[in-house]
Design a protein around this ligand. Structure first.
Ligand code: HEC
Length: 253
């Protein structure tokens, strides 16, 4: 009886040889390419490479340096300078008198103050003093700057105590402070007429940082003892024409 589940070990069968044949058959089958549709057979790499030669040659004759289809000399005029058209911002940068430019910018920053001192700067006569006619706002720059940067406690310039004004200097650049102060000094009926420049405001930030009681609101006593003076820095005549973006003076055209 022949058991089909057992190898046939008859003398005539070379088991090693047949095993080898089976392995080679399987390897060959796995190397075989998949059948592809007619026309979709892969193209030989060499045929592809040869096809690129005329393409490269055509490109070289048509667009190569110095060839008629692309000649830098013929398409770009000698002495050509690209002109960049002015954008909306710089087109609007018509020089204006310094006091106007500073006050216009300051008007936008006054939103920091209007909640307490009112949009008209008149305060409410009760909890918040008026900035119109205020001695601290209209007098020497340095007192005003110290109030904005540090806040104020105790009596106001009129002697009346309203409460405590919190410091407003957080995140304020010299330019912001300068514009804000110039705005207040020339609005709400105030007519000081001068410009607090960004250089002066920069000095104010230094002076404020060097206060003995840095961080605490100033008092009227401290203001009058230490800060009753104008900020150092060159005076900018209010009608000097300046660039509304850089705030730098421009030569009159
Ligand atoms: C949270 C409310 C509040 C805000 C915001 C505020 N202030 Fe005041 N300010 C006061 C109070 C209150 C006083 C009075 C403090 C006192 O009685 O000592 C005062 C006083 C002043 C004074 C002194 C007035 C004087 O004549 O004595 C000036 C100047 C001033 N503020 C300017 C400003 C400016 C500029 C801003 C905006 C950057 C501003 N304040 C934002 C509440 C405020």
């Amino acid at each position: 009886m022949i058991d089909p589940s057992k190898p046939d070990l008859e003398e005539s069968v070379n088991v090693t040889e047949s095993h080898d044949r089976v392995l080679r058959g399987a390897a060959a089958a796995s190397r075989e390419n998949k059948l592809t549709e007619n026309g979709a057979e892969p193209v030989s790499m060499w045929v592809m490479a040869l096809c690129f030669v005329p393409v490269l040659f055509a490109g070289w004759t048509a667009f190569g340096y110095g060839t008629p289809l692309f000649s830098y000399k013929d398409t770009v005029r000698t002495g050509y300078v690209q002109v960049i058209p002015p954008d909306a911002d710089s087109a609007a940068a018509v020089p204006e008198p310094a006091v106007l430019v500073y006050a216009k910018k300051g008007a936008k920053l006054y939103s920091k103050c209007s909640g307490c001192h009112g949009p008209d700067g008149k305060g409410d006569g009760n909890a918040y003093p008026s900035l119109a006619g205020s001695e601290f706002a209209n007098g020497e720059h340095e007192r005003f700057a110290m109030i904005v940067l540090n806040g104020l406690t105790g009596p106001s310039s009129t002697g009346k105590t309203y409460g405590v004004m919190p410091a407003q200097g957080a995140g304020m650049s010299p330019e912001d402070l300068a514009c804000l102060m110039t705005y207040v000094r020339n609005s709400f009926g105030n007519k000081v007429g001068d410009v607090v420049t960004k250089q002066m405001a920069g000095e104010a930030l230094k002076i404020s940082g060097a206060r003995a009681k840095a961080g605490a609101p100033v008092t009227a006593d401290e203001l009058n003892a230490d800060h009753k003076k104008n900020l150092p820095g060159d005076i900018l005549a209010p009608d000097t024409l300046i660039d509304p973006i850089t705030l730098e003076p421009v030569a009159a055209k």
